[in-house]
Design a protein around this ligand. Structure first.
Ligand SMILES: Cc1cc2nc3c(=O)[nH]c(=O)nc-3n(C[C@H](O)[C@H](O)[C@H](O)COP(=O)(O)OP(=O)(O)OC[C@H]3O[C@@H](n4cnc5c(N)ncnc54)[C@H](O)[C@@H]3O)c2cc1C
Length: 405
């Protein structure tokens, strides 16, 4: 371990940042360690925001990753409720609340923030979903018979729609593309995901955009590109996220839809690393250009790797992981592993679409590029393992044979 690192700052006190700080202690770092976060809350978990919190099954307190005592006993100083506003990589200082903190090493884990839809007024009842406060604001409007419009049929929008319909809301999902999720999953599997809405009494309008949100102080209706005007008590905009990098202007770091890192998660300045949703990282497994992985598992894995690489740069190992994400909607679980492209050929390998329980493989020539499972957790685990071992398409067929026997 390098002995010249006495003070490490971690910016962004959520999943990636909190786990990185804890992992630095696990890896034996004994110097000063401070976790800086703009939210006033203790670090918490976000996936339940669109699931258990909105459906009322989970309370906000239970999302806290660790109690304050865990950080105290690991001598992790928490500096919460104030964002970092500037980074000077030459002087090795970070500005927080007008104060300059010096560092020997810095981990940036500032995550992402919901993309705004241009022309939509910020009036009451128009919400995005990223924080506990966002979730509680949405939840308070999920009253029986309320009219809910969700813009965007991605995973978060779909989970919001699922939770809204469970609360007895009249729910419509408005999606600009002809089929949801086509870029990542292709039209065939995208349609199957989209059909979950219609089979659960949620209207899915594809090839449609919102032209105008109507209302003065409170949202009243939305005007759609197909000419329809729908009543609305709540509009949730779920059209993706943008990395939180605005505060890094003039830092000298390369920013291009995220903080551009090398395969060791180093952000291009000595001792500066980036992880989680904000980091654009090459992944040895996908073998592609640097990419942001907006997934819970990627944030957790990178938080482990960064602690090792930062403390032992001479023995640094590259980021090498099978991307994995899940989504829970309408009582169904969707799981995706690997790097499927919408243009890859999709084929059901195990189970059937008719039974709403299957694993589909994605094929590009003789390669297995990824899998998507619907309500098929055990077979999915085996396919995820096959992907970790770089199994081929032929291996995927063999595995299917053994499972279907
Ligand atoms: C509603 C919802 C549901 C999700 N469901 C799933 C799921 O089912 N499966 C899955 O795989 N993934 C899911 N995700 C994604 C997953 O939660 C994220 O990938 C994960 O939270 C990323 O962690 P992070 O720490 O990198 O970023 P974030 O969780 O975004 O945390 C970044 C933190 O940094 C803070 N910050 C930003 N700027 C500054 C600054 N300048 N100074 C200090 N602090 C700053 C932010 O306030 C935030 O607290 C979901 C996300 C959401 C929002």
């Amino acid at each position: 371990m390098t002995n010249d690192i006495r003070r490490i700052l971690v910016v962004g006190a959520s999943l990636a940042g909190a786990r990185a700080a804890q992992n630095l202690r696990v890896e034996g770092f004994e110097g000063e360690l401070t976790l800086v976060g703009s939210e006033a809350r203790l670090p918490y978990d976000r996936p339940p925001l669109s699931k258990g919190i909105l459906s009322g099954e989970t309370d906000a307190e239970s999302l806290t990753l660790n109690p304050a005592s865990t950080y105290a006993s690991a001598s992790i100083e928490l500096l919460l409720g104030e964002p970092a506003s500037q980074l000077n990589t030459a002087k090795q200082t970070l500005t927080v609340g007008g104060e300059q903190l010096s560092y020997d090493a810095l981990i940036i884990a500032t995550g992402a923030t919901p993309r705004k839809l241009s022309g939509i007024p910020q009036i009451s009842g128009v919400e995005v979903l990223r924080t506990i406060d966002d979730a509680l604001a949405i939840k308070s409007r999920l009253q029986k018979d309320a009219h809910v419009i969700v813009i965007g049929a991605g995973f978060i929008g779909s989970e919001v729609a699922s939770s809204a319909t469970r609360q007895g809301c009249h729910t419509t999902v408005v999606e600009a593309a002809a089929t949801p999720l086509t870029r990542g999953l292709g039209a065939q599997m995208g349609k199957i995901c989209g059909d979950l809405h219609s089979t659960n009494q949620v209207t899915l309008l594809t090839g449609t955009t919102v032209q105008r949100v109507i209302g003065n102080e409170q949202v009243e209706a939305v005007l759609l590109s197909n000419g329809l005007t729908l009543p609305a008590d709540l509009v949730v905009v779920g059209i993706g996220v943008e990395p939180c990098t605005n505060w890094l202007t003039n830092s000298g770091l390369e920013i291009s839809d995220g903080i551009v890192c090398n395969q060791y998660l180093n952000a291009g300045a000595p001792g500066v690393y980036a992880i989680g949703d904000v980091a654009k990282v090459p992944n040895q497994w996908t073998g592609e250009e640097p990419k942001r992985f907006e997934h819970w598992t990627a944030a957790t894995e990178q938080a482990m790797l960064v602690a090792k690489n930062l403390l032992n740069p001479d023995a640094a190992t590259p980021y090498n992981s099978v991307p994995f994400v899940w989504s829970d909607q309408y009582g169904s679980r969707i799981q995706i592993a690997g790097n499927p492209q919408g243009t890859d050929q999709a084929q059901v390998l195990v189970g059937s679409t008719a039974s709403n329980s299957f694993v589909a493989g994605y094929r590009s020539s003789e390669r297995l590029t990824g899998v998507m499972a619907l309500n098929s957790i055990k077979p999915f685990v085996q396919y995820r393992r096959l992907l970790m071992n770089h199994g081929s398409w032929a291996d995927a067929i063999e595995l299917a044979k053994s499972m279907n026997e």
